[in-house]
Design a protein around this ligand. Structure first.
Ligand code: AP5
Length: 212
């Protein structure tokens, strides 16, 4: 299965991706995680690091190159879940070319719908365990006392507004693109994470039954 998770910052893409990938035995390809890993290793271009920290979008060409390499890895042979890519129409067009060249097609694009008023609060209180990568929320899903917590640079108040604006300005154009292709499934992203997972699985089940 090849599926894409789309949604504004804080809509729960990472949270849902971890559960879905565990269930389906496919890798999560998160461009945000890949960029943060490069940043942590000191190999990220300093221009991209500054863009990320300020809440902007890294240039399309750099992101497309990253995905082009990643989907050739052995763990992607049976499919994968893209989280945070594509984010723009040029990225989506490039992805289509990359997949077609390898004989792959997209099964579904899942859009997590969450009102902007809820997103800021989710982001500002997010913390990630450095060792396990587990995502927590200081209020809704508090971390265990022994977690080694990290507060993302782009989860500070100043960057959060800019990220939400960037989503609305650029990523939102993706939705009509995938809707026109009949791939888009809208999922209500509000409620307990496990309730959202059930809705996502329902949307994927619909894809599978349409395929058979
Ligand atoms: P990326 O890492 O992809 O960040 P994002 O899209 O902004 O999404 P987030 O990771 O912030 O949120 P999420 O939807 O995964 O939510 P989460 O599950 O963590 O990208 C970071 C940056 O990298 C970008 O800004 C850009 O600079 C760059 N970049 C990456 N990809 C790029 C691309 N393709 N092109 C250009 N630039 C790119 O949940 C958030 C919080 O809410 C957590 O605290 C969680 O516990 C909580 N939560 C989750 N679900 C629920 C729920 N149901 N109810 C209550 N709380 C919940």
């Amino acid at each position: 299965m090849i599926a894409i998770l789309v949604g504004p910052p804080g809509s729960g893409k990472g949270t849902q991706a971890k559960v879905l990938c565990g269930k389906f035995g496919i890798p999560q390809i998160s461009t945000g995680d890949m960029l943060r890993a490069a940043k942590g290793a000191g190999t990220l271009d300093p221009r991209y690091r500054a863009i990320m920290d300020a809440g902007g979008l890294v240039p399309d060409e750099a992101m497309i190159e990253l995905i082009d390499k990643r989907i050739d890895d052995a763990d992607c042979k049976k499919g994968f879940l893209l989280d945070g890519f594509p984010r723009t129409v040029p990225q989506a067009e490039a992805l289509e070319r990359l997949l077609a060249g390898r004989g792959f097609t997209i099964d579904a694009v899942l859009q997590l719908d969450v009102a902007r008023s809820l997103l800021e609060e989710r982001l500002i209180h997010r913390r990630t365990d450095k060792r396990s990568g587990q995502i927590y929320h200081l209020v809704y899903n508090p971390p265990p006392p022994d977690a080694e917590l990290e507060h993302r640079a782009d989860d500070r108040q100043e960057a959060v507004g800019k990220r939400l604006d960037a989503y609305e300005a650029m990523t939102a154009a993706l939705l009509p693109y995938y809707e026109a292709k009949g791939l888009l499934r809208r999922v209500d992203g509000v409620g307990k994470p496990e309730e959202v997972t059930a809705r996502v699985l329902g949307a994927l089940g619909r894809v599978q039954s349409e395929e058979s």
